[in-house]
Design a protein around this ligand. Sequence first.
Ligand code: C2E
Ligand code: CA
Ligand code: CA
Length: 806
Amino acid sequence: MMTRSPDTDRQERQPRAAMATATIVAMSVTIGIFIFELTSSLYDLQAEMPRFGVSVTLELSATQRGIIGLDHALDMIRHTGPRPATLDQLRRASDILFVRLKGFDGDHTINRIGNFPKLRTEADGIIDRIDRVFEEGTFDDMEGFDRLAADVDRLMVRFDSLYHRFANHTDLEVHEHQIKLSRMHQLVIWVIVLLLGVAAMAGFLISHRERVIERQRRAERLLAREQMRLEEAVESLNDGFVLFDKDDRLAICNQRYRDLYPRSAHLMKPGITFRDLIRLGIEAGEYSDAVDDPEGFLEMRMEAHGHADGRVVEQKLADGRTIRISERRTADGGIVGIRSDISEIRQREEALAVSEKRYRFLASYDTLTGLGNRAFFSDTVECMLETLPPDDGRTIVLLLDIDGFKEINDAFGHKTGDETLKIIANRLLSTMPDGGLAARVGADQFAVAVSSFGEVDALRRVADAVMKVFEDDVVIGDQRLVVSVTMGIAACPDHAEHADELLSRADLALYRAKQVSRGSWMIYDPEIGLQRALRRDLEVSIRRALHENEFDLALQPKLSLGDGEVCGVEALLRWFDPYRQQYVNPGEFIPVAESSNLILEIDRHVIREGCTRAMAFRDRYGCDLAIAVNLSGAHFRRAQLVGLVEDALAASGLPSHLLEIELTEGVLVHDRRLSESIIQRLHDIGVRIALDDFGTGYSSLAYLRDLPLDRLKIDRSFVMKIENSPRDQSIVRTFVNLGHELGMKVIAEGVETIRQMRYLHDIGCDDVQGYYIARPLIGEDFDNWMKNRSWLPMLEEMNAARQSPS
Ligand code: C2E
Ligand code: CA
Ligand code: CA
């Protein structure tokens, strides 16, 4: 489209303006000067008037005198006879005239009347003529002489009239007249000034308007040039450029922008709204993210577009490319956007990330289980600690040590060992709550980290959950392994601030837990808040459990290998916590009960209940079954125990030999003499004494010799291994022989397989107890087991196996 050149306009406009201005100014000035001149001359004349009047008067007196003389001379000439007079007469007459006229002093007078130009011309003419008359001596021409005289007369008359006009005015009148004129003059000056001002103003306004228009034109030109440059620049960009106006309609975009969106390029016409552009683009199948939820995608794009605060958004296109979008609002409310194809960058980054991941995996992961290693665990826990809210956040680290993993390796081979680790790793992973972390931190050690908020009880929940992982046997091929763990626990901020410290605290706790019992868990440092709180919690629960009668006894049968009959039961405490809605492991609550002496009450309950139950067996099963109860070491530091047992026996009517008390070597640690005497007195009243967990403690022969023990109970950790470990086989055999040597019956606990039972039978072990025969049974289960004589098939199986030529 052709446009009128702004330059032409300007060229035309400028002189027009200048001319108009000049004309106005010139006219104003001309009119001004004219009026000024007019009034000035009037004014000057009038201002001179009084003086002029006087001077005219004076001068006229002289003139009159001259005129009188002239008249006389003329008369003389007239009267000198018939014309022409003689030369002498004329010469005389002229002398006289001349002398007279000298007094006329015409020049002086004429100067005075200089402001009366007509009068002056008249006077000048008269003087000229007089001069000419005298010089040319034409006095002989009487007509000329008469004319001269007449002119002089007329001149005099003019002078007279002037004189009279002004002489009639008083000075005051002249003065008033003068003031009036002066005012008029001032007025005229103001009018001139005003006119000049108006002219100047008009000139200024005109030129200003011209300037404004010119500036506007220049701006337009500049804008046009800028626009051109902008378009050039925009086109030369490597990135897609797009500008939407304040109504969100497309204003401009470059070719690169259209190229980036090939499926919607045809839509990119000025005026299309952003919403339509995206909506139609979705319909054209431009965006891969829009496939599932086009409406959602559209709204999401609209929202991001609405922000337009420079934040970067990435967009996946249907052809697999990734576009980076950045938009900003312009000053006029529009939106300017840049689109870059970052597909290549993304691909490179992804490739890099994959190799980095691989590298990091190798550096931080355990290749066997796929879990993080110790370094990874420690780094990750450190991050967890950093993001922990300061008030009620807590990160709990549990260090798990697989009990007897070395034995698993030795007994079943490394392959089985590895498989076991993998299975445990998977089980741990499956129990991790959100944000939980499981890692393999040592050959047979795993670590778990969990962040919890607010409640201290989370620790127990986590510990329970982790312990549950090991409840089920690990099955590898046709092998079935019982895997248990011992755990040490530490928490931040209760015990340490940093990951490594936490791990080492958990390690210390693990060490202690191992000392106490395998399969248990222990929290670091009993003095620090968390454990105290947990303990207090548990104590409160135990008190409530006692009060609410939540404790129950599970009975685990003992089988006599000699006659194949059930020879007794072990009473094992069971506590179903209605608040946790689960059975609480005795390994958890018994240590707490022991530390708070609640155990005394618990065991009193167990002794009483045990006696009562055993007493009932007679009627129910028609035989005498001994009941064994476990007593805490705490009782052996108190003399009351004997009285308590006596009371229970008396109350139930149970013969004392049907009550067996299981104690561990640990009971002798504190006050050996007192404990020995208590044991002795129990023995004296006929109660049977069994040494539990034999082989795990000091196993001092001195105890065995000095204490009145009836029974040795070989710890299940030995029984567990007799199938595969010749060393453990010989240990167990030695224990059996030792017991018999010292006149004791020997029972093996933790018998879980027929082969174990057979071996124990073969080496002469008296009794067996364990899951193979029966799990600890509650209520009806025990009743059914007894009534069904459920142990018989096992015995038959054992005997059959023994007789078969294997
Ligand atoms: P313990 O006296 O050595 O009891 C045997 C534990 O081994 C029981 O665990 C029993 O359930 C478990 N057990 C029995 N047979 C097998 C088997 O074949 N395989 C395996 N893996 N385990 C078997 P429980 O009931 O959890 O008791 C743990 C410990 O708690 C007991 O160890 C005992 O020291 C203590 N305890 C249990 N009841 C009482 C009680 O009434 N008073 C006191 N003071 N301590 C008790
Ligand atoms: Ca026991
Ligand atoms: Ca035991």
